[in-house]
Design a protein around this ligand. Structure first.
Ligand SMILES: Nc1ncnc2c1ncn2[C@@H]1O[C@H](COP(=O)(O)OP(=O)(O)OP(=O)(O)O)[C@@H](O)[C@H]1O
Ligand SMILES: [Mg+2]
Length: 344
């Protein structure tokens, strides 16, 4: 019993995919233990202080529906920390939840961060985790984590290409021999798709809709290439002219049109990476194809959209939403991998 406790204390290392949209926590030997939206709901007390009401799914359910004194905060924006204090409180909440609210356990933590975050941003993420109770923090670049999580042969002398489309960032990486050979991160992903839908609905139908509705539209009928089946849904919003609530029918064609420009920017970024990929590695990619991970990989037709444009095989990884988390989890389990790819 006592021994169990000791072992427990030393085997509580965790891997965190601190995403703009979702935070996933893996515990060594246990797999995914937390998978919740990166949202914190806060009650302001009017004296400059604030109290956390909910974190994760409960908090997301409050987005856009909160009365004046309660605000729902997404502390991560564009793949990086936008609200330092809230990020720290969110990480602390999740770490404590994993360890049954025991504040005594100080785990080692591996965190996936976007490629190309600045020194200042890296420091902010590390400090957040440290003050949230971590004993030691290792950072892993997200494209690398995504490649590992997608099951690509990252350690081999072979080129693998992964595109991770999250909420805040799209990360593209060519990996070989355990390192990122070429990599690019753009701050344009699922959130920008939602914005594009909001703008389109406003422009074409004079209707104002919120972020939640826009995301619903994207997930249900969003597409990069129109599928055979007819897609459409009814959308409620506020008419910009009359101010009244009104309903429109939004179609798959509308959604494709709305998302066109965002997808084109992603495609350009992918082309940029392919252009500078060394020929030998490019040969491997032609053979093995390009893996898509992240929630954006689930957009209908996105694999075909890319593969038609660049004439290479493109496929969606298994459980794309979990790829980065699974990759950071693997790093936690293989200490040599950690030493090879973690960085300051
Ligand atoms: N079926 C779907 N079709 C299109 N987009 C989807 C679908 N399911 C989820 N998404 C989108 O995927 C995004 C979340 O993906 P993911 O969890 O990989 O992001 P994240 O890791 O939190 O963000 P980031 O990596 O940028 O920090 C959200 O924008 C969500 O709306
Ligand atoms: Mg992500």
């Amino acid at each position: 019993m006592f021994l169990d406790k000791i072992i427990g204390i030393f085997s509580n290392d965790i891997a965190i995919d601190l995403g703009t949209a979702n935070t996933i926590v893996m515990v060594k030997g246990k797999g995914v233990v937390i998978n919740e939206p990166s949202v914190v709901a806060v009650q302001k007390d009017g004296r400059g202080g604030s109290k956390i009401l909910a974190v994760g799914q409960d908090a997301k359910d409050m987005v856009g529906k909160t009365p004046g004194s309660i605000i729902a905060i997404r502390p991560m924006k564009d793949g990086v920390i936008a609200d330092f204090e809230m990020t720290e409180r969110m990480i602390r909440y999740f770490i404590e939840k994993v360890h049954n609210r025991s504040a005594f356990i100080r785990p080692r933590v591996v965190i996936g961060v976007p490629y190309g975050v600045t020194q200042v941003e890296r420091k902010a993420i590390k400090e957040s985790a440290m003050s949230a109770g971590a004993r030691e923090v290792f950072l892993v670049e997200e494209p690398m984590a995504a490649a590992i999580g997608a099951g690509l042969p990252v350690k081999e002398p072979k080129g693998s290409l992964v595109v991770d489309i999250g909420g805040g960032t799209t990360e593209i990486g060519v990996v070989s021999l355990g390192g990122l050979v070429i990599s690019k991160s753009i701050r344009l992903a699922g959130d920008k798709m939602d914005m594009a839908i909001i703008d389109y609905v406003k422009r074409k139908y004079n209707l104002l809709i919120g972020e939640r509705v826009a995301e619903d539209i994207k997930v249900s009928i969003g597409n990069a290439i129109l599928p055979e089946e007819r897609l459409s849904m009814f959308v409620n919003g506020r008419d910009q002219v009359s101010g009244f609530l009104s309903t429109i029918e939004f179609t798959g064609e509308d959604a494709r049109e709305a998302l066109k420009d965002v997808l084109k920017d992603m495609l350009e970024a992918l082309k940029d990476v392919l252009e500078v990929t060394p020929p030998d590695l490019a040969g491997d990619i032609v053979e093995n194809g390009i893996a898509l991970t992240g929630g954006g990989a689930l957009l209908k037709g996105i694999d075909k959209y890319f593969s038609d444009a660049i004439r290479l095989p493109v496929y969606i990884a298994d459980e794309p939403l979990l790829a980065v988390a699974k990759g950071t989890g693997r790093v936690l389990e293989e200490i040599d991998l950690l030493q090879q790819i973690a960085y300051d």
